[in-house]
Ligand binder design. Structure first.
Ligand SMILES: C[S@@+](CC[C@H](N)C(=O)[O-])C[C@H]1O[C@@H](n2cnc3c(N)ncnc32)[C@H](O)[C@@H]1O
Length: 196
């Protein structure tokens, strides 16, 4: 299991923070984050190209600041989007409380092992889903088949978590296809797919 925030040395002084290259500065709303601005650009670009309401289901949200950031950016849209963020740890309790205070449209499910839930427990079946996988290859393997045609899947840590081998089987089995592979590959650590 990869822990959300513990492996990153958050700069504590002004000088340390300013010494980091911009893309390596991993902070959202001033809170320590796992993803840097390169990741955020990719995710923003992806969601910007979607024109219909979506239900985002994030598997492995860690401390949750990145999830809140995406949910808030979706909140600027004209249509209603939903966001459910899951993690087996309790790390997101703080952002969960904060998100309720500011009325953000996101629900955090802390201490929730997604592998203990049935695949059809992903939402209520309505609307277009974006499954956001950040646990490891086993999350896309289990949950991608449960999606409907033309739902989206994005994975984080594409180059690090050995997703490629697992995804290759799904591609060969006609379950998913790449969503603009070259563009994602050029720009960072995310990769996108569509459910066939
Ligand atoms: C790489 S981290 C996620 C980072 C987070 N998405 C972010 O941007 O800050 C992977 C997360 O998966 C969670 N995780 C691992 N196994 C899980 C499981 N069975 N159910 C839910 N979450 C799990 C871990 O607790 C960890 O927070």
């Amino acid at each position: 299991m990869t822990s959300g925030t513990k492996d990153y040395d958050f700069p504590k002084t002004f000088r340390d923070a300013m010494a980091l290259p911009e893309c390596d500065f991993k902070s959202i709303f001033g809170q320590q984050a796992v993803k840097g601005w390169r990741d955020i650009r990719q995710i923003e670009a992806f969601f910007r190209c979607l024109t219909e309401p979506v239900h985002v289901i994030e598997l492995g949200c860690g401390a949750g600041w990145h999830s809140l950031y995406i949910a808030m950016s979706l909140g600027f849209r004209d249509h209603e989007n939903r966001y459910d963020a899951y993690d087996v740890s309790e790390e997101a309790w703080r952002v969960s409380e904060f998100s309720k205070r500011i009325g953000a449209r996101i629900t955090f499910h802390c201490s929730h092992d997604v592998f203990k839930q049935p695949v059809d427990a992903l939402g209520d079946g309505s609307g277009k889903k974006v499954l956001y996988c950040d646990i490891g290859p086993e999350d896309i393997v289990k949950f991608a088949p449960a999606l409907r045609s033309w739902d989206y899947i994005i994975v984080h840590d594409w180059k690090q978590k050995n997703y490629k081998a697992a995804v290759q089987k799904l591609i060969e089995g006609g379950v998913v296809a790449y969503f603009e592979q070259e563009t994602w590959e050029r720009t960072g650590e995310h990769m996108g797919f569509v459910r066939l």
